[in-house]
Design a protein around this ligand. Structure first.
Ligand code: HXC
Ligand code: NAP
Length: 285
């Protein structure tokens, strides 16, 4: 059974009516949920990713629900292909109002064992791909009525994270790109923001980052709210950021991670320093 599209429980049904949206990696995981929410709230959505079999879930649901959804096969690492697809899409739709740079590649590998090609693969998808798409669709926003770009990063963009030097470095670059483009393009009416989710289940993330329950449990133990997020709850925050409710927000990164990036306590759970509660507010308070 399909879950309700994110955002439809708190945003009016016409929130994105008349807007054209592009979501990279929009056929799976978080990208799929963002695309479902945008389409359900009236946007014309095109998803871009390499594997056409990843496009069928959104296209099938779109057919059932009468959404304007489309898909193109594209490897965002290939600058010429990005430029060609953007040109074709703009010739067809005339404008793009929303770009979500969500496509990513990741896996855990100690830095000293990471091959140059593996480094390039992840930097190419995350950092190069985000710039190529931002430049191509950003130009059309500059020439048109402005628009919005939302980049999906991770909190290790500023904390770092052992085992994912490629992804952490690339996401740090995307965060710098977010702030740079926000400052450069605000005068064109373009807002550029980011979302930094903590761990949530997707087949790509689970397969590459926590292949068994023991790994998942180690990650879960570091999240103060005690559980992974869901792609639907992260997508809801993305849709709020893309909606007119966030119209004065730009260059910002919203963390949605159950507290996972907050400082860790000085003590282990159950081993808090023993000291009676203060009774300043009254006996037994
Ligand atoms: C070491 C690896 C590797 C691994 C691939 N490589 N997997 N090295 N450990 N587990 C190396 C390969 O050996 C090769 O180097 C190079 O990387 C490129 O591999 P290819 O398979 O040819 O690349 P490609 O087909 O382009 O695939 C890209 C990919 C793949 C990034 C490697 O994982 C992918 O397509 N991922 C998409 C889905 C995904 O990762 N989703 C997770 C998003 S979660 P050599 O030297 O051998 O040629 C996320 C944030 C999570 O991003 C944050 C949690 C808090
Ligand atoms: P996912 O389902 O694996 O999504 C990754 C998407 O990127 C796929 O749809 C994939 O489609 C696309 N993609 C990969 N390489 C591409 C390329 N070269 N060109 C075009 N598209 C490409 O993973 P997810 O967990 O939902 O991740 C979504 C976003 O959230 C990513 O930016 C990720 O870094 C971020 N994030 C995830 C987590 C988490 O715990 N899951 C935490 C923090 C941040 P194709 O295979 O069809 O190309």
């Amino acid at each position: 059974m399909q879950t309700p599209p994110p955002g439809t429980d708190f945003l009016p049904p016409e929130t994105f009516a008349g807007q054209v949206a592009v979501v990279t990696g929009g056929g799976t995981g978080l990208g799929l949920e963002i695309s479902r929410g945008l389409a359900a709230l009236g946007a014309d959505v095109t998803i871009l990713s390499r594997d056409p079999s990843h496009h069928t879930a959104l296209l099938d649901e779109g057919r059932e629900r009468g959404w304007a959804v489309h898909a193109r096969s594209l490897d965002v690492r290939e600058s010429k292909d990005v430029a060609r697809v953007a040109r074709e899409l703009l010739a067809d739709k005339e404008r793009v109002d929303i770009l979500v740079n969500n496509a990513a590649g990741n896996f855990v590998c100690p830095s000293e064992r990471l091959s140059f090609n593996a480094w390039r693969a992840v930097l190419g998808i995350v950092l190069d791909g985000t710039f190529y798409c931002s430049r191509e669709f950003g130009r059309s926003m500059i020439d048109g009525d402005g628009g919005q770009i939302l980049n999906i990063v991770a909190t290790y963009a500023w904390t770092g994270m052992p085992g994912v030097v490629h992804s952490a470095s690339a996401k740090a670059g995307v965060l710098a790109m977010t702030k740079t483009l926000a400052a450069e393009w605000a005068r064109h009416g373009i807002r550029v923001n980011a979302i930094a989710p903590g761990p949530f289940h997707s087949d790509g993330a689970a397969g590459n980052l926590w292949p068994d329950e023991e790994w998942a449990e180690t990650l879960r133990a570091g999240i103060p709210l005690g559980r992974f997020g869901t792609a639907q709850e992260i997508a809801a925050q993305c849709l709020w950021q893309l909606s007119p409710h966030s119209s004065w927000m730009t260059g910002e990164c919203l963390v949605v991670d159950g507290g996972g990036s907050l400082p860790k306590p000085w003590w282990s759970p159950g081993k808090r320093p023993k000291r009676p509660r203060s009774t300043e507010e009254g006996e037994g308070a």
